[in-house]
Design a protein around this ligand. Structure first.
Ligand code: AMP
Length: 118
């Protein structure tokens, strides 16, 4: 059972933003932006590569709702999912990072740096 499944079951507390039958959104414990939310399916999928594509439509609707609730839908936000070891994934339970509340930089992924990542 992943730490996020323990959050879903209530075994571990979270700072909840929004929840429905299938999905949960809560604040990241170690925020990388003024607003940093994690959005997960309650059912455990290892990561994006392993997810049933059919649930992504409903997950997209839920992510839109979270962005709107937090007032990020107009000004914008960044949505990231780290996939697998090379993608920097630490918790093996599919999650999207929703980052916003500031103009976010993209310096670590700029063209001049790209040679360092291939
Ligand atoms: P990733 O590296 O994409 O797997 O991201 C895992 C994220 O989970 C990190 O940003 C952590 O700060 C976050 N995290 C780990 N444990 C908790 C927790 N108990 N509550 C909220 N966020 C957590």
């Amino acid at each position: 059972m992943t730490i996020f499944s323990k959050i879903v079951s209530g075994e571990i507390p979270c700072n909840k933003v929004l929840e429905n039958e299938d999905f949960l959104a809560f604040h990241d414990i170690n925020p990388k932006a003024p607003i940093h939310i994690l959005i997960i399916p309650k059912r455990e999928y290892k990561n994006f590569q392993e997810v049933d594509p059919k649930i992504m439509a409903d997950m997209t609707i839920f992510i839109h709702q979270v962005a709107k609730l937090l007032g990020l839908d107009e000004g914008g936000y960044r949505l990231i999912t780290n996939n697998g070891e090379d993608g920097g994934q630490e918790v093996m339970h599919l999650h999207f990072h929703l980052l916003g509340g500031a103009k976010l930089s993209w310096s670590h992924l700029s063209d001049s740096d790209s040679k360092n990542f291939i």
